[in-house]
Design a protein around this ligand. Sequence first.
Ligand code: NAP
Length: 278
Amino acid sequence: MAVVLNGKKIAAEITQEIKQEVAKLDRPPKLAVLLVGEDQASQRYVDYKRGACREVGIGFQVVRLPAGVNAIKVKEELCRLNQQVDVDGLILQLPLPVLAGEDSPTPILRFTRLISSHKDVDGLNQISTALLSSEIFLPATAQAVMRLIRETKVSLEGKKAVVVGRSQMVGKPVAQLLLLENATVTVCHSKTKDLAAETKQADILVAAAGVPGLISDRHVKEGAVVIDVGFNWIKNKITGDVCFQEVKDKASWITPVPGGVGPLTVAYLLKNVLQTAK
Ligand code: NAP
């Protein structure tokens, strides 16, 4: 039976430290979020971020644009916020809706590259440039995943790690950080032919597909460390990508949803904002 990793508890410790650090600054740091459209989950994420900022004394500004705007308007707004001197950290809330005049979702780097590297607290631009040499704004979720793995005290060197998901925000940076720790890393995605055959090899399995219950016990090797990044809303209830009840009997360590990666992601985002304000 797996040990359940308590992300909430670790997040509370980190948040406490941030609060003390913020109190020492000459002025409170400020995080700005650009939110485009009416996506319910995005609005909830923004509310979480607002609450978390408030808790540690970080200022928060949300700018909303309606779903029907075009890419030029989004870019203008990002540039305006980017130039606003009292904004320390700037986030474009993802996913973006399909914008006016476009047939499909616009590649996010077209927008996020407009954010100065010292305000890019989501660390999205670092990936295409020098993600791991800067070490300043690693994407918060990737930091959260690595923190939870560290908590297990399982050494990654030479271990087989499988990441399900290859997004710019989660899958890719997690895979890179695992590589840095000398794990042998496989990245799976929606075109992977036999997902279970890949995931069953994993000593460390990170599920970040956004597909509720994608990972069942048949996907998991006995004794694996299973980190569930998935955060999916089903009928007003949050669920992960991992079938917790069946996988917990097979894994050695597992994260719950909610209460695993989520709270730590918020804590690391706050840490990034504090860092940029400093
Ligand atoms: P995303 O941009 O939609 O990427 C999902 C990835 O999963 C894609 O690479 C996709 O493959 C892959 N995928 C989708 N279905 C799959 C399947 N059946 N088998 C294998 N791979 C599959 O999502 P994201 O932003 O990375 O987020 C992933 C999940 O993490 C979501 O539930 C999100 O809400 C959650 N999340 C949680 C936190 C947190 O703090 N807990 C933070 C960020 C995100 P393709 O590339 O081929 O499309």
